[in-house]
Design a binder for this molecule. Structure first.
Ligand SMILES: Cc1cc2nc3c(=O)[nH]c(=O)nc-3n(C[C@H](O)[C@H](O)[C@H](O)COP(=O)(O)OP(=O)(O)OC[C@H]3O[C@@H](n4cnc5c(N)ncnc54)[C@H](O)[C@@H]3O)c2cc1C
Ligand code: FES
Length: 509
């Protein structure tokens, strides 16, 4: 995450911009007073909206205009040029809007105005009265927010067995863990927001069963809550290894705010850490611990980090990048035992470690779905509207396997943006929108100052092409199968990443 610290730059848009200097489909960044503003042209229409993404302050003027929307270059949020609404996560809050006026060959940005979000569902008397959301993570939060954004007036109850209200989970292994993001950046919203929105958020509340026939859920304390529509968004839990010493207090997995805090507390005294797993979370943890000055060893059975998802070229680059920052890899190796001050590897070698983080993957939390008799397929099987096999019951996020239009296969992924967008679409569908979930999967990962963006989904490929140079941190890698691009990974090629996303969306439409 980065924040723009300097004030707005570019022309003062209140003084006008020559109409001819802005071609159809073009945008420029400028300012109105202290506000960074983006001015865009679509045909003879001009739009002015806030130029700073409400997710992590990405510069929207460096993104991509698509129809009457703009997409953020950093993590692909999508904003309406007409209303400023954050149409697609990861941004949730709208940007401001200004009126524009074209006069005497110039276009002027005028007053700031409030614009209501577009209502994507018609008000209807048969709307569900009671919506229950099981899960207070990415998908559950985005769904609750969308229900209220659309003007749903019935009850929204969000049940989470986590102690914390919904948090920015990706931050837990990145800036927050590295010590560069303050505590207050982690919650997605303040506690007061839930009250203002009349969302009954109940944390520390575990759901033990769902009865789709009776349409109710039973909590661990025996209480039951009835629903008209239910959203199941129970996410995933870290895999624990069956190793001697796994239960020692200095051994951690990372999923929750509390996990991240516990690792930080330990990192304050531990001089050496061992991370098990060389995929996204393991290596983000390694980078964050290095930022805290902790010696880091990474142990993983893989030949190269992240090779399974990103291929060998990226794997070698990621390894070299982490080595430059002092990480020591023990690849094609596993741990056999953990002690209070060291870890023993399968080859007999011991590594000093007062902090151990196990990041070897997650397992979807399917127990509730299974016990409720929902159709499963290595995840909860949902249709293109994200509806599960029981009436009125939707499943989203890390647990959901949906028919992905681009790859043409049922897929389940563990991506923040996908979970949020699925939560948003399921919310609309609970209100009767009948909207297909057709977003192309997207994820990002951050290692030191290197962001990796990935669009699409490729479980295997027979060919990759590299445009640019991975080692120089300037590349687009395309993963193809039978000549078709399934996925695109990139470093510092944000517009190309957005263009690839749009191309995949159009191909699948
Ligand atoms: C440290 C970390 C970093 C990540 N970084 C990235 C990243 O950079 N990019 C990316 O794309 N993805 C990232 N991810 C993955 C991303 O966070 C997940 O894909 C996303 O959170 C999934 O959302 P979800 O709503 O399905 O599940 P979650 O966010 O896990 O939420 C599930 C919720 O369900 C609750 N729950 C489960 N069972 C019950 C029950 N029985 N009763 C009550 N409540 C229950 C949990 O307490 C939790 O509140 C990261 C994940 C982690 C852990
Ligand atoms: S900063 Fe815009 S989507 Fe993340």
């Amino acid at each position: 995450m980065s924040e723009s610290k300097s004030g707005p730059t570019g022309p003062d848009l209140t003084l006008g911009v020559a109409v001819d200097s802005l071609a159809d489909g073009q945008m420029i960044g400028g300012h109105v007073g202290d506000d960074a503003v983006l001015l865009a042209r679509r045909g003879s229409d001009f739009f002015a909206i806030g130029a700073t993404c409400t997710h992590y302050n990405g510069p929207l003027a460096e993104g991509l205009l698509v129809d009457d929307t703009v997409r953020c270059p950093w993590h692909h949020a999508c904003f309406s040029l007409r209303t400023g609404e954050a149409l697609h996560a990861p941004a949730i809050s709208a940007v401001a809007c200004w009126t524009t006026e074209a006069r005497n060959g110039k276009v002027y940005v005028k007053e700031k105005v409030e614009r209501a979000p577009h209502r994507r569902v018609a008000p209807a008397s048969d709307k569900p009265g009671r919506i229950v959301i099981v899960g207070g993570g990415a998908a559950g939060f985005a769904a609750a927010e969308m229900l209220r954004r659309q003007g749903f007036e019935g009850s929204v109850t969000m049940l989470s067995d986590d102690h914390a209200p919904p948090v920015d989970r990706p931050n837990l292994s990145k800036d927050y863990l590295a010590g560069t993001a303050p505590e207050e950046w982690v919650p997605l919203r303040d506690a007061s927001w839930y009250a203002e929105q009349n969302i009954d958020l109940r944390v520390d509340t575990s759901v033990s069963t769902i009865d789709p026939g009776a349409r109710n859920v039973t909590l661990a304390d025996g209480a039951t809550i009835g629903y008209d529509k239910l959203l199941l968004a129970t996410g995933a839990e870290p895999v624990r290894l069956p190793l001697p010493g796994m239960d020692l207090p200095h051994v951690h997995t990372l999923r929750t705010f509390a996990d991240s805090r516990a690792i930080i507390a330990q990192a304050e005294t531990a001089k050496s850490a061992l991370v098990m797993g060389a995929s996204f979370i393991g290596l983000e943890v390694a980078a964050s611990l290095r930022a805290r000055g902790v010696d880091v060893h990474v142990v993983a059975p893989d030949k190269r980090p992240m090779e399974r998802v990103l291929g060998g070229g990226f794997g070698d680059f990621i390894r070299a990048l982490h080595e430059e920052h002092g990480v020591v890899f023990h690849l094609e190796q596993t741990a056999s035992a953990i002690d209070a001050d060291r870890v023993t590897l399968a080859n007999g070698k011991t590594i000093a470690a007062r902090l151990v983080v196990v990041g070897v993957g997650v397992r979807p939390r399917l127990q509730l779905a299974q016990a409720a008799g929902l159709a499963l397929d290595r995840g909860v099987r949902v249709d293109e509207y994200l509806q599960a096999s029981a009436p009125g019951l939707y499943a989203v996020g890390d647990i959901a396997r949906w028919p992905d239009r681009h790859s043409g296969a049922p897929i389940r992924v563990e991506h923040w943006v996908v979970a949020e967008r699925q939560g948003q679409v399921a919310a609309l569908n609970m209100l009767g929108a009948g909207q297909r979930f057709d977003a192309v999967p997207f994820f990002w990962s951050q290692h030191y100052d290197v962001p990796i963006n990935y669009v699409g989904h490729a479980e295997g490929w027979d060919d990759t092409t590299i445009d640019g140079d991975i080692g120089k941190r300037d590349c687009v890698v395309r993963y193809r199968k039978n000549g078709r691009v399934l996925a695109v990974a990139s470093i510092y090629r944000d517009v190309e990443s957005l263009q690839a996303e749009v191309a995949m969306e159009r191909e699948a439409a």
